[in-house]
Design a protein around this ligand. Structure first.
Ligand code: MN
Length: 304
């Protein structure tokens, strides 16, 4: 479907067809992940049904780091059973893992790491960013894998900003970057294991957009910056998450001020979720196995 067709289709969405706002979540107080990531956990899988296939969203920053000598970050730790997706807006993050994956991502870039059967990794500020200091802002999502793929081979996708299609929204409303999934003719570069849209949206103040979202998919809108009204009814401010119903085919968003949003939607994986720390599986016995496998070195080690 072309952008024009999408615009026409979305413009005809009736009030009955939009995805209703189920909840507006205000941000919790923050905590540090290692010494590099001041995060607020915007949602987690204690309510997996509302967000599946997304398990968790950590919002890091915005925070200004002073220049330093020693790299900040989080040292070697494991994951199994899902994917970590890191979107950097300011600052620079360097990653390496025991499956041989690794890379450096800066503003606009995305790292899509499939932990699958298990790996250990470290997530650090880059050497150059440590030295220069400056603003830091990033999002990390945890994306679930269906039971049949939880033990898939680890994989690393480093996606730079230039690979991510950026579409102009109708009427000069702003822009939409397709990280994964589809918007109009544009397909996101991230390869996913189940259908999901991950869109990075900037709206100009005083403008709005109606976006199609698949019926039956979970959907939510996270506000990084600005102030929006959703479906002409509910308001969302910075660091708030607007949770939408699975039912309905789209959402109307109007921005009062220049606004930065991340929009998530996906086909839910309706399977049991059993997580503990860095592992998210389907059952408690699989978590015990993950701990045993990690402790005995079966997820590998980072070389010094
Ligand atoms: Mn990690």
């Amino acid at each position: 479907m072309s952008i024009a067709e999408t615009a026409t289709k979305t413009a005809t969405l009736t009030a009955q067809a939009v995805k209703d706002v189920v909840e507006i979540k205000t941000p919790p107080s923050g905590h540090w992940v290692g010494d590099g990531f001041p995060v607020r956990t915007i949602f987690s899988y204690d309510n997996a049904r509302a967000f599946s296939p997304f398990l968790l969203m950590d919002y890091a920053g915005p925070l200004n780091f002073p220049p330093a000598q020693k790299r900040r970050g989080v040292g070697e730790h494991p994951h199994r059973g899902f994917e970590t997706v890191t979107i950097v807006y300011s600052g620079e993050v360097e990653h390496r893992d025991s499956s041989g994956g690794g890379g450096k991502i800066g503003p606009g870039d995305v790292q899509w790491m499939t932990a699958g059967s298990g790996l250990v990794h470290e997530e650090m500020h880059s050497a150059a960013y440590t030295k220069s200091g400056g603003p830091f802002e990033a999002i990390q999502l945890w994306v679930n894998l269906p039971a049949r793929l939880k033990m898939t081979k680890p994989k690393y996708q480093g996606i730079v900003a230039g690979q991510i299609p950026q579409m102009d929204l109708p009427g000069g409303a702003g822009t939409l970057r397709v990280i994964s999934g589809q918007f109009g003719d544009a397909k996101g570069p991230a390869e996913t294991h189940t259908p999901m849209n991950l869109w990075d949206v900037r709206l100009n103040g005083g403008h709005g957009v109606t976006l199609s979202l698949p019926s039956g998919h979970t959907a939510s809108v996270f506000v990084l910056k600005g102030h929006i009204s959703v479906n002409g009814k509910s308001e969302g401010r910075a660091a708030e998450l607007i949770v939408l119903d699975r039912k309905g085919e789209g959402v109307r968003i109007d921005a009062d001020a220049d606004t930065h949003l991340v929009i998530l939607s996906g086909e839910p994986i309706d399977e049991p979720v059993f997580g503990y720390g860095p592992f998210v599986m389907n059952t408690e016995s699989e978590i015990r196995q993950a701990m045993t496998d990690y402790q005995s070195g079966r997820m590998g080690r980072l070389t010094a």
